[in-house]
Write a new protein. Sequence first.
Length: 372
Amino acid sequence: MGPATTLHMLLGAIIGWGILSPLAKNKGWAPGPVSDWTNGSKGWIVWISLAIMLADSLVSLGWLIIRPLVVYARIYFPTIKDTLNEHTWKDMLTFNISWDKGYSRISDGSSTDPITAIKHHLDADEEPDAPPEQLISNKTTIIGLILSLGICIAAVHISFPGKIPLQLTILSLILALVLSIMGVRALGETDLNPVSGISKLTQLVFALVTPAGKNSVIINLLAGAISESAALQAGDLMQDLKCGHICGAAPNAQFWGQMIGSAVGAVLSAVVYKLYTNVYTIPGGLFEVPTGYVWIFTARLVTGKGLPDKVLEWASGAAVIFTIGTIVRVWGNSRKRRGLAGWWVDFIPGGIAVAVGKSFYSFSSHYLSSYD
C-alpha cells in the first residue's frame, strides 16, 4: 500500500480510539462496555466510519462514471466557447451543426462526426481476439444471463420468503449489472475492485426507494449483498479471463471451467458454513464477524433506524469533511496523471483508509479497558 495509506489508517485509529471512543464514553453517548457493538463506543465509532466510507465511495464512483465522458468530450467535441461562436442557438436546437470543424481526423485524413470517430478509435485499439471456434456464442451468453438472473431471484425468495418484494429484487439485479461494469472498469484501471462502495451505493439507493417498514433493513441488506457479490465475482472472472487471454487459453474452455467451479464452490461453501455454525457460535467470542455488524449498521444508517445518541451529527459532519477531501484527492490525482504537480495529494487523508483505521479493533483491544 505504501506509507501514505498506512499513515492514513494510523490517523483514523488515533482519531477513533484516542479521541472519539473516550469522548463517546465520557459523554454518555455510548454507555455500555467499550467492546459492545450495540451500546459501547466500539459500535458508536463504526457509524462515523460508515459515513466516511459512504461519502468517499459516492464521490469516487461518481468520478468513475463521469471521467470517460469528460475524456471523450475533450477528444471529439468542440469546446462550448467555439460552438457558441460558430453556431447560433437555432442551429444547435435544430442540430444544424457542421461537422467539419473542431473534431479529430481519422487516419485517412478525412473529417468525421464524433460518433464515427469514437467507433474508429475503439476499433483501432482493439486487441486480436481468440479464433471464432473458441469464443462463447451470443446465444450461450443470453441464455446464461437469463438463467442466472432467474436462479438468483428464485434463491432469494426461497431463502427469505416474504421479506423482499419481487420488483425490488429485480431492481437490485439491474443495479448489480450496471455497478458490476463499474467495478470491473475500476479493477482494470487501479487493480482495486470497489465492492464496498458499490454495495453501500446500492444500500443508499434502496433506502430512497424502499418504504419504511419492519423489513426495510432486511431488504437493504439483501440488495447490497446482491450488488457486492455480483461486482466481486465479475472482477474475479474478468481477471481470470484476462490472464487466459494473455496466455492464449480458449475462452470457451475457461467459461465452462468457471461454471463448474462456481457450482461446486457454491455448494461446498454453504456446507462448510453449516459445519462451522454447528461447532462454534457465530457471532461469538472466537468469530465476531465484524463485517456483518458493518453491513447491519450501514442498513440502519441509510434507513435512519437505531442510530445511537449524537451519531447523526458526528456522522454528517465527518461525511461533509471527507466528501470535500475526496473531491480534492480526485482532482489532484487527475492532475498527476496529466504530468502536473500533485505531490500534495498524499497529505490529504483518504476516506476509506481513515475509516478502516478508525473502526479497526484488534490491535488496540488490550488498552480499551481503561475507558470502562
